[in-house]
Design a protein around this ligand. Structure first.
Ligand code: ZN
Length: 216
């Protein structure tokens, strides 16, 4: 099947989960405006869909023997579990914990209990839900290397910027960088479409509910 058709199907599946919001008007954490948004916490709320998405990633890497599937974060871990469950090598599923250091950068570390799984240079598939900057995945790659493991590849639902690249094979169900606009150039502002404050990062006005989108 053509890659763009497949991608459209995958995007439809993610739309169905409620995580992909489109035909709306959002303010992103950067202050830029967009018509589309990915609310990543919603991508893994329906187990049947999460399993289906995990199957697709597992199928892509089915030809590669894998010993461990490694993730960090709640959403990625739900997905990673499904990938591990569906992969023919029957890999173990493990997760790293993520903290912010003093300067605000995210850092990952492996719980001590999982360290023995890195004896014997295991082959590791890294799974992430939504790739925005790639910082988390780079942290996981460094972690695997520091423990003597080998990265087989990276599987993810959505790569939000084509600038995010790794030295290892990356498979993403959706590879879409949606356009963002400076407020003065925003076509939705020009059309007078109200900003969706429920899912925006702008300081909320008095009439809106005080909910702020999480920064991705
Ligand atoms: Zn706008």
């Amino acid at each position: 099947m053509e890659a763009d058709i497949l991608e459209r199907i995958n995007r439809g599946i993610i739309l169905r989960t409620g995580a992909y919001l489109t035909n709306d008007h959002f303010v992103l954490p950067s202050g830029r405006h967009a018509q589309e948004y990915v609310e990543k916490a919603l991508a893994t709320t329906e187990p049947g869909f999460t399993e289906g998405l995990g199957d697709v990633i597992a199928k892509h890497f089915a030809g590669e023997p894998i010993d461990l599937v490694l993730t960090t974060g709640y959403g990625a871990s739900l997905l990673g579990h499904c990938v591990a469950r569906a992969h023919p090598s029957r890999p173990r599923f493990i997760y790293a914990s993520k903290q912010r250091n003093g300067s605000g950068a995210s850092q990952v570390s492996l719980p001590r209990e999982f360290r023995p799984y890195f004896a014997g240079a295991p082959r590791v598939l890294i799974v992430e839900d939504i790739l925005t900057t790639g910082e988390t995945v780079r942290g996981l790659i460094d972690l695997v290397k520091s423990l003597g493991g080998r990265v087989v590849g990276i599987g993810t639902l959505w790569r939000r910027s084509k600038k995010v690249k790794f030295k290892f094979p990356l498979f993403t169900l959706v590879d879409r960088e949606f356009p963002t606009y400076a407020p003065k150039d925003c076509p939705m502002c020009r059309k007078g479409i109200p900003i969706n404050r429920e899912t925006s990062s702008e300081p909320t006005s008095q009439t809106s509910r005080p909910r702020v989108a999480s920064a991705h």
